[in-house]
Design a protein around this ligand. Structure first.
Ligand SMILES: [Zn+2]
Length: 210
């Protein structure tokens, strides 16, 4: 399966982490709609991830799909199917990261807090260092927040064996969700490659998840 572009991105990332990357912020002029590197990236919305910089991407190189956690939701799959079948991308890079906020709560806890559960609101306030003001009502959507599985830890906790294992488990689950989708081909000449990574926000380095 093709994965040449992703390997070159890892070389770019090493330069970024070393402080020797060159960012070109000039408008490139007229470009085709298809991403030049035939790449789609799924990454967390965390403010410390500058996806273009950390992968050495330029305007026009890739589709970048971001949400809280970089999780593979129905909307992520929608974008990936369009990206591949209509806009000719054939490599997908999935990026989770250390200190992710999705390690610090559970879906049940956030939902209970939003619906008015005072104990939940108190736990969330303590976890985030921010007053949690509950709207105190129910809502049909979003149906899930996709917090990472496992025991929640304090917000912005440094990496350790436990949270790295939780991150890696979610990367594997997300890669499997993409590879298992009936509209994402993984064999034949139209095959798509998917690789998953954890980005260390302290060092600036990507680490591949097996
Ligand atoms: Zn995150």
């Amino acid at each position: 399966m093709p994965s040449g572009i992703t390997d070159s991105l890892l070389e770019n990332n090493a330069r970024y982490a070393d402080g020797t990357a060159v960012h070109d912020a000039t408008h490139p002029g007229v470009q085709p709609i298809q991403p030049a590197r035939r790449l789609a990236v799924v990454a967390c919305m965390d403010a410390r991830l500058d996806v273009e910089d950390l992968l050495g991407l330029k305007t026009g190189d890739a589709h970048i799909i971001r949400n809280a956690g970089g999780v593979v939701t129905e909307d992520t799959l929608r974008s990936l199917v369009i990206s591949h079948h209509l806009l000719d991308t054939n490599e997908i890079v999935l990026i989770h990261h250390t200190r992710c906020g999705m390690l610090a709560f559970t879906d049940e806890l956030l939902k209970a807090g939003l619906e008015g559960d005072e104990e939940a609101a108190g736990i969330l306030a303590q976890a985030t260092g921010r007053k949690f003001t509950s709207p105190g009502c129910c809502a049909a959507s979003p149906s899930a927040f996709h917090a990472f599985r496992g025991t929640p830890e304090p917000l912005d906790a440094p990496r350790d064996e436990d949270n790295m294992a939780r991150l890696a488990a979610d990367v594997r689950r997300s890669v499997a969700a993409i590879l298992g989708h009936p509209w994402i081909p993984t064999e034949g000449e139209d095959a798509v490659t998917v690789r998953g990574f954890i980005y260390d926000v302290d060092s600036g380095r990507l680490e591949e998840v097996d």
